[in-house]
Design a protein around this ligand. Sequence first.
Ligand SMILES: [Zn+2]
Length: 197
Amino acid sequence: MNLDRTVYYHVVHMGDRSDLTREYERAFRDRWMCTKYWHFLGEPSAIDLYLDHEPHNTPLNTVPLVAGYARIDFLQTIGIDLFREHFYIGRVVNDKGVTCDDFVSFRGKHWLLIRGNERSTYRRCEACGGHLYFPIGDHYLLADRLTDAPLYGCNLGGFIADEEVYKRITNRKWELVEFVELPVLDKPQDGHDDLPL
Ligand SMILES: [Zn+2]
């Protein structure tokens, strides 16, 4: 393996995930999902999350396949302005229709595909042409996909942070947040050399 010196971290929450209200989920599917494999048609924009419960009081959480959300005090350790530079920020609304000011939803303005080994799954969607990829085995990033951005969205929920941001976050201890080191490789290990992601 040809390791670059730079290391990135996949910052991802553990524990319970969140759900949308049924009405909003239906509207979301109509608007944002390709129905062939129920995957996200990822236009970059902010998404407001209408949850069918109070937001989980964790630093980081997610509505699977839709968007992440984070607690403001957690983002303050990164720097709210820096985070806004790299993510589209939306509202988090509870089941009573009240916007929860302690949380925001986020989607990456730019994002990276976390890659895996040769057992990773890949399919081109016949309906929309989208690329469906799921990494198996050790996770890593590809060097030629990186820019100088310190933060990225990614395909596995949470976000990706460079070492400097990682150090800022881990100055404090956070419950239910996991930091997975992502080596940067020159070549894919999954046999998909031409994946345009
Ligand atoms: Zn599709």
